[in-house]
Design a protein around this ligand. Sequence first.
Ligand code: ADP
Ligand code: MG
Length: 197
Amino acid sequence: MSADLTLALIDAAATAIAENAEELTRLDQAIGDGDHGSNMQRGLQAILRQREALAALGPGEALQKAGMTLVTTVGGASGPLYGSLLMAVGKAAQAGKGWPEACAEGVEAVKRRGKSDVGAKTMLDVLVPVVEALAAGKPLAELRLTATASREATKEMLATRGRASFLGERSRGHYDPGATSTQLLIHAVCDVLEARA
Ligand code: ADP
Ligand code: MG
């Protein structure tokens, strides 16, 4: 991965989160504790501060370093979860695995860290179907649609993991904040890759 692709991905991710931080906070106010926007902002700001250093690394190392940054700077459940995702994807990439397989390992790391899986109204409800579509060789446009539809589907789900699970049935009728940030980040990555295709 070229240094300028790394820079473009970091900048696109940071912009997507900055532009939608209020919305992420609003969603987390409804079914959590209202910090998802600020948690994600803090993480992306820390990664932005390292953008030149990250761009100087290979993709596997850059992802691992960015993941560690998220684990250490973001409070809340989402920091360690997104951090585990990036660290595992980076580790697999560095071991020579292709992106679909590396991303699948990342998703498994999130499941282990969160003791969770699809159907619990979390970021996994977007991550799992998108990574499955990637493994099936679907084009970027389809990954984008899968992310949107999967995030939509979290609205009527019952939360059984994370803070939203404390609300029981009252968790229904609201989009999951983490599924929303995952969708935003996937769209940001697709935008950058499509612009270069
Ligand atoms: P916190 O819940 O600690 O306040 P955030 O608000 O930053 O952390 O992140 C909340 C999001 O994290 C949720 O919307 C959900 O998508 C995700 N999440 C929480 N717990 C889990 C879990 N056990 N497994 C997967 N994702 C989870
Ligand atoms: Mg929260």
